[in-house]
Ligand binder design. Structure first.
Ligand code: NCD
Ligand code: ZN
Length: 349
């Protein structure tokens, strides 16, 4: 028996596409299913000016073609010029600005150390209605890695929001009950993205029975109670929660190493995994909110007019174990359970 589900074409509100040979190899994995994506600026060197964002957008479009819309972001540094940010937004080059606390994650060395030094930019963004996307982890070496998100809320996020209440903020890739509760406690101007992998794995998946580098990402997956809170939030229908896959490719030799990089690559099978998660939660009727509607509403963008159809089959769905790129093979996220949902109709084909 086949069950079908047709959704407005989904969007990915947090995506790493990289550059060069890696971009060429992995961008089609997202463009196949998603209409639009918020593109992370953590290249080396990072995308810090409107001009750089425009050039990066052109490099992405050269790979994906015009059927996919990259929504660009700027990497906030202590030297960011508020006028450049406002102009890039006014000219339609950027959609948002990304805050990485310095040293929090892959390629974040240029991030913010002293939050007082970016007040002028945050004020200008609040006035122009430009969202701030937060990698919500403190980097203080004293703080346990499993507590870094909760501490970020208290020490950084809440003070920023109190000082600049008009600023629109997205808490990205939330991993804790604390983040879900914080979002719910705030009536306005705060949304949160949830990744595919954080709906599926907890910290045991990374560490039990051997260390599994392809499950290591930042923020690191937490204990099961937190995963359950994320599933509840994603499937609740609350429009403040929406998909941001944080699909973050690294070549396998960089992951399977004595000091492996953080990042899970989920672009290829994200829609299959999500359909399965929502089906299991008895919430298939809310999948369209999570993947196709809530994020668009937060950003004030229209819901996509074309559609994506998922189908559930009796036999196990297969997908490539890895994507071969000119920058090396990239292992596709393994949810650890068989998948029965697949994308049936590819509007790009
Ligand atoms: C991301 C990457 O590889 O760029 N890694 C990750 O684990 N999520 C960076 C990030 O978003 O933190
Ligand atoms: Zn990310």
């Amino acid at each position: 028996m086949t069950t079908r589900l047709t959704l407005p074409r989904p969007d990915d509100w947090h995506l790493h596409l990289r550059d060069g040979a890696m971009l060429a190899g992995i961008a089609p994995e997202s463009a196949r299913h998603f209409a639009r994506a918020i593109i992370m600026p953590n290249l080396v060197p990072p995308v810090v000016t409107g001009r750089e964002a425009q050039a990066y957008r052109d490099r992405i479009l050269a790979v994906t073609g015009a059927g996919f819309t990259p929504l660009m972001t700027l990497y906030l540094t202590e030297a960011t010029d508020p006028a450049d940010v406002v102009a890039a937004h006014r000219d339609g080059i950027i959609t948002a600005v990304k805050l990485y606390p310095a040293g929090a994650t892959t390629n974040s060395a240029s991030g913010v150390r002293d939050f007082d030094r970016v007040r002028g930019v945050l004020d200008a963004m609040a006035e122009a209605g430009i969202p701030l996307l937060c990698h919500g982890e403190v980097t203080d070496p004293e703080i346990d890695i499993f507590d870094r998100e909760a501490v970020f809320i208290d020490r950084v996020l809440d003070p920023i929001r109190r000082r600049t209440p008009e600023l629109r903020v997205v808490m990205e890739h939330i991993t804790t009950l604390d983040a879900v509760a914080y979002v719910r406690s705030q009536p306005e101007r705060l949304g949160a993205t949830i990744t595919t992998h954080h709906l599926v794995i907890n910290r045991n998946h990374i560490l039990v029975g051997g260390i599994r580098p392809h499950y290591y990402c930042l923020p690191v997956a937490k204990r099961e109670t937190h995963r359950l809170a994320l599933v509840e939030a994603a499937t609740s229908g609350d429009a403040r929660f929406f998909l941001g896959t944080d699909s973050a490719p690294h070549a396998d030799d960089a992951k399977e190493s004595a000091c492996g990089c953080a990042g899970c690559f989920t672009a290829t099978n994200t829609m299959s995994v999500l359909a399965q998660v929502f089906d299991q939660a008895g919430a298939l009727d809310r999948l369209d909110g999570f993947v196709s509607r809530n994020g668009a509403a937060f950003y004030g963008l229209p819901v996509n007019e074309d559609t994506l159809t998922l189908e559930k089959t009796d036999s196990r769905v297969t997908y490539p174990a890895r994507i071969e790129t000119g920058a090396g093979p990239v292992t596709v996220f393994d949810p650890g359970f068989p998948l029965y949902w697949q994308v049936a109709q590819d509007a790009r084909s």
